[in-house]
Design a protein around this ligand. Structure first.
Ligand SMILES: [Cu+2]
Length: 394
């Protein structure tokens, strides 16, 4: 890939980052915060009998003695939303406070490089326009000048934009590369699966338990007996019935895929926006710096209820994460042993599709009578996506 390819990639990266910035400024409800201890949202009843809503799997094993006072009776941290953290805020614009290294770098690049550059160029061009309109107006120049070339100024107005673009490209390409860095060994794997219109989550390194997260509806919208959103759950349209929990300071390997159409798992405070594509695994990694409650949304137009499949993540210290995993019936990987399990790519040996294919081949061969030679074992491989050629990152 030549320089032109790099420049295009950088441009695309900037465009997608712009999308994240826009996301932060979307209208949302007033950031309400009730400091009073509220029951953990997970503890309440799951909604039932509602179309487009997945049955929740909140059947957590209750623990008699939560190991931390911050944990509610079901072992889930009783965390409430804080103003301006992990959610959009009325009347503000700009990016949400970032809690990952890439996010902090991107935030710095946006505020210290991109915005000043754009501002200076815009003001400079505006000043030139005013100057030309005033200085070279008809009243002052009854006889128009016939000047048509000036080599020096032509070189300047060609080279200056090139230099500016190259200077912006340097940090931009570094950020693009960092955003797709594979997780180191010992990372905690979170698999986010998009569905029309809710998210399911799996923790393959922690016993593979599954969490289903549906949006919480407002008080006036719920059926009798159904759980409605409270301020402790988070802002309207962003609060979920089941939150997912991730450890702070530990690398997270995020894997996204989908059961139906293309979704996108996006949490602005993490600087993460990763498409969830059916039949494909996308992967990236990040490390959360600060404990807190962070909200996001599906960010790929995925159908009628695209705007109603929010993401709510509680970031907690590793010990609390371990307690939560145990409360959900999961297990922690053996200490010192890398938990970077290789998850088979679609089409690879051991993947669900391959196992199914093998079973079908066996059935097709079937029991054969009166045949002395064994039926040829057909090893019909997926030719379009050979094992090992799957792309985990891009
Ligand atoms: Cu979606």
């Amino acid at each position: 890939m030549g320089m032109r390819g790099f420049a295009m990639a950088a441009g695309l990266a900037l465009a997608s980052l712009g999308g994240v910035a826009g996301h932060a400024a979307q209208p949302a409800s007033t950031p309400t915060n009730t400091p009073a201890a509220a029951p953990a949202p997970q503890a309440a009843a799951a909604p039932g009998g509602v179309s487009n809503t997945a049955p929740t799997t909140s059947a957590a094993t209750p623990t008699a003695n939560p190991s931390s006072p911050e944990l509610a009776m079901d072992g889930a941290p009783a965390m409430t939303a804080k103003p301006m953290i992990g959610q959009p805020t009325d009347g503000l614009f700009g990016l949400q406070p970032q809690v990952t290294k890439n996010g902090q770098f991107a935030h710095w690049m946006h505020n210290s490089i991109l915005v000043p550059t754009i501002t200076i160029i815009s003001l400079f061009v505006l000043a030139l326009l005013f100057w030309v309109s005033f200085r070279y107006r008809k009243a002052r120049n009854p006889v128009a000048s016939k000047t048509s070339h000036n080599t020096v100024i032509e070189i300047i107005w060609t080279l200056a934009p090139v230099v500016i673009l190259v200077l912006i490209a340097v940090p931009s390409i570094g950020l693009l590369q960092a955003q797709f860095k594979p997780a180191p060994s010992g990372a905690v794997t979170l698999k986010a699966i998009g569905n029309q219109w809710y998210w399911t989550y799996q923790y393959p390194d922690n016993g593979g338990f599954e969490i289903t997260a549906n949006m919480l509806k407002e008080k006036g919208e719920v059926a009798a007996g159904e759980r409605a959103r409270t301020d402790a759950d988070g802002p309207a349209l962003l609060a979920t019935d089941n939150r997912i929990v991730l450890p702070v300071g530990v690398p997270i390997r995020l894997i996204t895929t989908s059961n139906d159409v293309i979704h996108s798992w996006a949490v602005p405070a993490f600087w993460i926006k990763l498409d969830a594509i059916p039949g494909r695994l996308n992967e990236t990694s990040f490390t959360i710096d600060k404990p807190g409650l962070y909200f996001g949304q599906c960010s790929e137009l995925c159908g009628a209820r695209h705007g109603y499949m929010p993401i709510a993540v509680e970031a907690v210290p590793p010990a609390e994460y371990a307690a939560w995993v145990r409360a959900k019936g999961g297990t922690m990987p053996t200490p010192g042993k890398a938990s970077d399990k290789v998850i088979p790519q679609p089409g690879a040996d051991g993947s669900a599709a391959k196992v199914e294919e093998a079973a079908e081949t066996a059935n097709a061969t079937g029991p054969v009578e009166n045949v002395t030679t064994a039926a040829p074992a057909t090893t019909q491989g997926a030719t379009s996506n050979p094992a090992g050629a799957g792309n985990a990152g891009l």
